[in-house]
Structures are given as C-alpha cells and as structure tokens.
Design a protein around this ligand. Structure first.
Ligand code: LLP
Length: 424
C-alpha cells in the first residue's frame, strides 16, 4: 500500500490508476509529474458529500496546482476558486470558471489585479489591511462599481503546523488583528464603493486536527455578533483552506469532521443561515500526484549512500524548504518486499546545492536506471518549481483509467532563454 490510494502496485509495478509508471517513463521521459484524474474526483467527492444539504461553497486554493486540466476538472465538478493574483484569475477565466464563485485572497493585491477582478465580477475580495481597503474602494469608485468585501481576520490561534505554513498567529503578516476588525468593518461600511459581505480567515496549512478551526470559529462568531449589533450583517463565513493530507502516517481531519463541527456551532449560536466558504488546496490535489524520477548514479561514501536522481529541488522544493517528508516508492518493488539488508540512501538531485535533496535516510534496494516515485507531489510541487540551473520544467501528465493525457509538455532548452537578449 502506498500513501496515495490511486497509485498502487500491480504485478510488482507501481501504477497510476491502470497505467504502469514504467510506461509513462518510457514514453514521456523523466522527471515527470503524474496526476490521477480519479484522485481529483474522489478528493472533491469528500467535500461535496460533507457539504450535502448545507450552504457551502468550496473554492479550490489553486496555488496548490493550477494546471488548466486540474482547474477544468474542478470547475466541471462545481468548484469555485480561491485566487491570489491576477495571473490565477486569468487561469480561472481560461477554463470558463465562474467568477461569481471566486474569492480573491492575498496581502499585496495591486490596482490592476483589483480592476481585473472587479471587471470579471468576483464573489469577494478578502481584504488584509486598511491600506488595501482604501485602495480597493478607490479603484472600484473609479470603475463605478461596488466591490464585495470580507476582511481577513487574524484570529491569533495556533494551527499546530510548520511555522512557515502557519498563518493565523499574531506575528504573521496575514490578516487584520481580530481586535481591530470592528473598526475596520465600520470604515468599510462608510465607503460607498464597498459592500461588506463576509468574514474570512485562513489559519495555516497541513492542519491535522479540527480544534484549531473551532478555536478560530468561536472568535469569528463573536466578531459576527459584534458586527450585527453595529448594524453590519454578514452573509458568508470563509474558513480558508488548510486540511492536511497523509504524507507518511498522519490521520488528518476530514471535510466531514470539519463541516459537521462547524454547522453544529453555527446552529447552536443561531447563525445557521450563514454560507460557509472553504478554500482547500492541498487536500484536493496533494495525493493525486507523484513526481516520477530515474536513478542516474549511486554513490557510496564513508558517511552516506546517495541515490542521485534526475529530479531536483527545482522540481520539488518542499523537502529542502520545509524539511518536508515525501514518501519514496520504488516503481519496481513494493516496500514490503524490500530485503532486510537494503541500504539507507539520501535521494538527491543534480543541482549544485547541498540543499538539493528530496528524501533522506530511506531504505532502498536500487540500481542505476531504476525508477522512483516521490509521493504526494500533486500539491505545491509544479506550482513552486523553477528552472534553476537552466533545467527545463518536467512535463505534467494526467492519467485517466488506462489512458493518459499530457497536460503540459516538457519545456525545451530553447524555450528557457528564447526571450533573453545579449546587449547590442
Ligand atoms: N487560502 C489561503 C488564503 C491560503 O493562503 C492558502 C495556502 C490556502 C487557502 C490553501 O491552503 P491548503 O488547503 O493548501 O493548506 N507551499 C506550502 C503551503 C503554503 C500554503 C499557502 N497558503 C507547502 O508546500 O506546504
């Protein structure tokens, strides 16, 4: 069994759905991002089941994976989108996404991005500072439009996750401190080109327990009561993204656990009429992808054994950036069949940095030329990839049953510097 149910061993070969990863490597080369369409649908299903009969809008946090094939699948399933840039908005529009289901997050929205979003008609701007509120009001007034706004409130709760991806603490750059929020809402209510529609928060990522959400929820519900007493009535409550996935042995909370608990609290406080918005990224795509790579060389030194592969930190930054754990599967041998005396390896790439590693201290029984799958690479993998060391970014392929579709070709060397020019 692998951490990701849509990637499993059949005849001692790791498959994506019904396609052997060996076939994909042979036909498309490595490194290669491999996605499972069914995994996307099943992850969506967990949210839609949990939301059944309730007023819930799921807006895919598309920074996790913004390939148009992924976006169009979620769009067809009924998803909205959480965007953080004008570029992400352009992608949503390119797949025919519904701007009325788009929420616009981010601490540094620029005027052109506000204009594009107002023109498109997004559902809501999640505003993160007073300065942003003033600029948005100005831009909307110039366009003779009324901008729908939520304030992203910082509830000062600990999401118990990695400090780099924890966002709801006082010292983070995100949101407006909850004690300042009533005054900023009051200011928003005075501005004729703004309409207050919601309250928003996002407390972090790869969260595994429900409690941090409920801590934040209580504080937001108190705020909503305060606002109502002052005459501002909120239509929706956005709880952000953050549900974790299994990278190794985690058992994260499920969408159902979250929504059951949230609606119970809403009912108890007489706020059952509120629409709940969620912005999940990782939990919709993380375990729908792997990074397929080939062992170039083995190197045995006094201190360590290295498996030098053709993928690198530029293709998957998470290990070196967050010390993140990604499981490594041998495409030709399930872990349970590994010999007891298998050597321990660091899986590293060809980049000229000691930080260029993908996994450390893993028991592997590998030879030069073998294929490895770096698991859970559907989220924050391609979207955080770079061309460092002038390495073309790998292709992305979507498996669908026994078929596959290349949804982004491998970059060519020429394309990497096609727009650059030596001085005349
Ligand atoms: N909404 C907002 C406002 C966000 O900032 C994020 C993620 C999400 C939603 C989606 O969160 P998710 O459901 O994926 O946890 N690169 C890091 C994760 C950074 C998350 C940034 N914000 C990683 O690879 O772990």
């Amino acid at each position: 069994m692998t951490v990701a149910p849509h990637f499993s061993f059949k005849n001692e070969t790791l498959h994506a759905e019904d396609v052997p990863l060996t076939t994909l490597a042979r036909e498309l080369g490595t490194p290669l991002y491999v996605y499972s369409r069914k995994a996307l649908h099943d992850a969506w299903g967990a949210y839609s089941e949990a939301a059944k009969g309730r007023d819930v809008l799921v807006c895919f946090g598309m920074k996790a994976n913004s390939n148009l094939a992924v976006l169009s699948e979620f769009h067809k399933l009924g998803s909205g989108f959480d965007i953080v840039s004008g570029g992400e908005l352009a992608r949503v529009l390119a797949v025919g996404g519904d701007p009325g289901k788009v929420v616009f997050s981010g601490v540094g929205k620029q005027a052109w991005e506000m204009r594009d979003a107002l023109q498109a008609g997004v559902k809501c701007f999640n505003v993160e500072s007073e300065a942003e509120l003033e600029l948005l009001a100005h831009v909307a007034a110039q366009m003779n439009k009324v901008a729908p706004v939520s304030l992203r409130v910082n509830p000062d709760v600990d999401a118990h996750t990695h400090p780099y991806i924890s966002t709801g603490l006082k010292e983070n750059k995100f949101g407006i401190a909850i004690e300042d929020a009533p005054a900023v809402y009051q200011r928003a209510a005075q501005l004729k080109s703004l309409e207050v529609v919601g309250v928003d928060c996002h407390i972090g990522s790869q969260i595994t327990e429900v409690d941090p959400y409920l801590d934040a929820l209580e504080k937001l519900l108190d705020l909503i009561d305060t606002l109502a007493a002052a005459g501002t009535h909120i239509k929706h409550l956005d709880l952000g993204g953050g549900i974790g996935i299994r990278y190794t042995d985690e058992t994260p909370l499920t969408p159902k656990m979250l929504l059951d608990a949230v609606f119970e609290r809403l009912e108890a406080r007489g706020l059952g009429h509120l629409q709940i918005v969620l912005e999940p990224g990782r939990s919709l795509v993380g375990n729908a992808g792997v990074l397929l790579t080939q062992v170039q060389y083995l190197k045995h030194t006094e201190a360590k054994n290295f498996a030098i592969v053709d993928a690198a930190m530029n293709d998957l930054l998470r290990p070196t950036l967050y010390d993140a754990w990604h499981s490594v599967e041998q495409v030709g041998q399930a872990a349970e069949n590994r010999p007891a005396d298998a050597k321990t390896y660091d899986v590293v790439g060809p980049i000229c940095e000691s930080g260029d590693w993908l996994a450390r201290d893993r028991k592997l029984d590998v030879q030069q030329g073998d294929l490895l799958a770096i698991m859970s690479a559907g989220a924050y993998a391609f979207t955080m990839a770079s061309q460092y060391n002038t390495r073309p970014r790998p292709a992305e392929v979507m498996v669908d049953g026994s078929n596959y579709h290349v949804v982004r070709p491998r970059e060519t060397l020429k394309s990497l510097f096609a727009d650059e020019k030596p001085l005349p």
